[in-house]
Ligand binder design. Structure first.
Ligand code: PCA
Length: 194
């Protein structure tokens, strides 16, 4: 079972992104790790190239969800780019479809509830999320699901909280130790290879 695991570079006002740090921390023979730019279009093009190159059995994309208390597998990707802030290349699309003729939404094909249960059993706060937002994470998630329509490759997106080291940049928002997030994502990956 080969899994493509992606995270993102830092964006906005932060110098860190826990999703990229988790990917860098997880090393295994069957895991292909990549850290993607926080750029509409470019991130999804890179992801599609990685899928076509490595032909993984599953694709798990991670992103920072500031404000979240728990690790949250996303259930639904929506066909909408609507940015509140500029991405790392200065793009700020509003009210735009991601795929012109695409459906309004795609479901994750990851076992989201089993992942939540596996993380909770490992002592990691976790919950299913119903929205990945309308910024680059949702864009990547939608493009991923669209690319894999009709394939047997399981794929989806997981938002993670801020990591403790970001607390001074986001005062008042919840955070989690990186090691706990790594343990949570590892519990999800173990489930996929079971
Ligand atoms: N989080 C952003 C984009 C990159 C990231 O890590 C999001 O939730 O859209």
């Amino acid at each position: 079972m080969r899994v493509l695991l992606t995270g993102f570079e830092p964006f906005g006002n932060s110098s860190l992104n826990p999703s990229g740090e988790i990917v860098k921390a997880i090393k295994a023979d069957n895991i292909i790790g990549a850290v993607l730019p926080v750029v509409f279009g470019q991130s999804s093009e890179m992801l599609k190239d990685l899928i076509d190159l490595h032909k993984p059995d599953a694709v798990v994309c991670l992103g920072q969800g500031e404000g979240r208390h728990a690790i949250t597998p996303e259930r639904i990707a929506v066909n909408l780019d609507d940015a509140r802030i500029a991405d790392n290349a200065g793009n700020m699309p509003t009210d735009q479809l991601i795929v012109d003729s695409g459906p309004a939404a795609y479901f994750s094909t990851l076992p989201v509830k089993e992942m939540v249960n596996a993380m909770k059993s490992a002592g990691v706060p976790a919950a299913v999320s119903m929205s990945a937002g309308t910024f680059v994470c949702n864009h990547l998630f939608y493009a991923l699901q669209h690319h894999l329509v009709g394939s047997t490759v399981r794929s989806g997106f997981i938002h993670v909280p801020l990591m403790d080291q970001q607390r001074f940049e986001f005062s008042g928002l919840p955070s989690m130790p990186l090691a706990q997030m790594v343990a949570g994502v590892q519990a999800c990956l173990k489930l996929l290879s079971a």
